[in-house]
Design a protein around this ligand. Structure first.
Ligand code: CO
Length: 313
């Protein structure tokens, strides 16, 4: 499905623009990235499901410098995300449109991109992009006396979210698209191996957070609840997606909790989720469309929206 992914804005003085947008939206950029071959430095600001991409020229030869000279600061391009950027390029060529490059090229923010000339799109440069799986940065943290790999993503100043996957049934690598959508709002910490509830403080200490939200997927719900029970002062809120839990387990005295299920889930049918919710009346409940986490929610925007609403990102 094609969706507006970001709006590119050409700027002369990114620091001044960032300062102004901070006043307007009360957010700072969650990421800055230099793309040498395009001659730009980019700054990404989260604005709901769509991002702003501030574009600064690295030198006078940069296409952004030429744009600024000709048209001044302002709207530079609209970027649409597609599932298959090569197929989109071929489809547009078949319609007689001419992309600005022979092939999609690597762009900022883990994307492959191409542009259509504004002459072909009524005055606005149009980008098509596709997210490509890129390795997430990883740090080594000592947990339970042994070094363990922890993937991290997002702004370290943003609220921390610790991911509990519980078992190999929800390999973190497969959830990268979810992580990328949450990246603008949170500092995501995802241990490569299932995390024990008891190890939460050591993990968040290592990343210099005092507290963290806990996001659990499937079988990760049980250790996530352990973490909240053993270390209530370190857990701000709990979000359990397709929780694999014993409904007889007492669920009292926990931080604000959200249960998320999917209406076509073969693993946790809505009726089972209602059962859990009955045992946990204080929790918020969200049922989203589609088959659920495995392989991937049909509507990532909806999942991210309910998680942000609960976790306050
Ligand atoms: Co762009």
């Amino acid at each position: 499905m094609t969706r507006l992914e970001h709006i590119g804005i050409a700027v002369r003085d990114a620091a001044a623009v960032i300062d102004r947008y901070e006043r307007l939206l009360e957010v700072r950029p969650y990421k800055a990235e230099t793309v040498e071959r395009e001659g730009v430095r980019t700054h990404f600001i989260a604005a709901g499901p769509v991002k702003l991409e501030l574009l600064e020229a690295l030198g006078p030869e940069s296409p952004v410098a030429r744009f600024l000279e000709k048209r001044g600061e302002g709207l530079h391009h609209l970027a649409f995300e597609v599932d298959d950027v090569d197929a989109t390029m071929a489809r547009l060529r078949a319609l007689g449109l001419q992309p600005l490059s022979e092939e999609p090229r690597p762009g900022a923010d883990g994307k492959r991109i191409f542009f259509l000339h504004p002459k072909q799109t009524y005055g606005v440069l149009v980008e098509f992009c596709q997210s490509v799986p890129t390795p997430l940065p990883v740090a080594e943290v000592v947990l339970a006396g042994r070094p363990q790999a922890v993937h991290y993503l997002g702004d370290p100043a943003a609220p921390a979210v610790v991911l509990f996957t519980g078992a190999a049934a929800h390999p973190w690598a497969g959830l990268e698209p979810v992580a990328r959508r949450l990246e603008p709002f949170f500092h995501l910490l995802a241990p490569a191996d299932p995390l024990d509830g008891d190890d939460l403080p050591a993990l968040i200490d290592a990343f210099e957070h005092k507290r963290a939200h806990v996001l659990a997927l499937g079988a990760g719900a049980a250790p996530a609840l352990d973490a909240a029970r053993i270390h209530p002062e370190r857990v701000s809120a709990l979000a359990l997606v397709e929780p694999d839990l014993d409904p007889q387990r007492p669920l009292v005295g926990l931080p604000p909790a959200l249960l998320v299920g999917f209406d076509e889930s073969p693993h946790l049918p809505p009726v089972a989720l209602f059962g859990l919710h009955t045992a946990w009346p204080g929790a918020a409940l969200a049922i989203l469309p589609g088959p659920g986490l495995r392989p991937m929610p049909a509507d990532l925007d909806a999942l991210v929206a309910v998680l942000r609403r609960h976790l306050g990102g």
